[in-house]
Design a binder for this molecule. Sequence first.
Ligand SMILES: Nc1ncnc2c1ncn2[C@@H]1O[C@H](COP(=O)(O)OP(=O)(O)OP(=O)(O)O)[C@@H](O)[C@H]1O
Ligand SMILES: [Mg+2]
Length: 294
Amino acid sequence: MSDTNPETTPGTAPEPQNAAINPGSTVSLCIMSGKGGVGKTNLALNLGLCLRDMGHKLLLMDCDLGLANLDVLLGLTPEKNLQDLLGGGVEPADVLLHVEDGLDILPAASGVPELVEMDQNQRDALFESLTDLIKGYAFLLLDLGAGISGTVLALARMAQMRVVLVTPEPTSLTDGYAIIKVLNAKFGVRDFCVVVNQATAKEAQDTFQRLNMACKNFLGFELVHLGHIRLDRTLTQAVIAQTPLARFAPECPAIKDIRVLAERISHYREQNLEAISGRKALKEFLPGATARNP
Ligand SMILES: Nc1ncnc2c1ncn2[C@@H]1O[C@H](COP(=O)(O)OP(=O)(O)OP(=O)(O)O)[C@@H](O)[C@H]1O
Ligand SMILES: [Mg+2]
């Protein structure tokens, strides 16, 4: 895969590349993990910025409802959040935070336990209210909470692409397998991409093989290895500085790896535009129905 990194300077947003974009066809992609703290929110934010730098317009939604922290990574204090939208009387545009040209976020609330578990009616109402807004983006990225709550499973089921983030630690692997198994058992979902975080290429390959073998042997399907992200202490510094890594250190190893993931995901969107267009980004999605995995 070619390296198409734009020239970047720390702290500044590069001009988006002029990629061929069809904004009418939104691809929804969720980032999930069984185990908490494996790097989902940082991946969602930096993947979003890398896709944005490639010219895609995207919406990043903090779906870690009740324990949100996308805004914290950006050093922002949103006035309104998804909780206000659920409560009614607020328009989606009022909740939207403009981060950079081409990247908006929908922040969630923190410390609000009732948001962790939305029922079906609340989910329907939320996505109904977001339908028109979502249409304007090439990608809808969902940063899910860890674990297998009803909200996590419902959102993961509805997304067109599912990225399971694991680390080489055995606990992360068993929890990653658990979330795949539950989604398969409950909803028949069989298409998952895997990203191995905090790993060398060799560790990532070994980790992926173990997870893939378990799925092949016990669930009867295989996974797609989307890539890996190296362990990179710069990420911790970026979190402390409340500046996304893609802007804090745009040429550090972890961002180079995330850029490769962004290129693969962008390629997937282009390959599957025909299948994707005409389908709502979240509702009406039949798992594995039409689009191919990258
Ligand atoms: N590639 C990496 N290299 C070094 N540290 C990392 C890497 N990825 C994640 N981390 C560390 O893991 C921490 C947790 O990351 P993050 O908040 O993105 O995880 P999460 O999966 O969203 O957590 P939660 O399940 O609580 O939502 C980061 O603050 C950072 O210190
Ligand atoms: Mg998180």
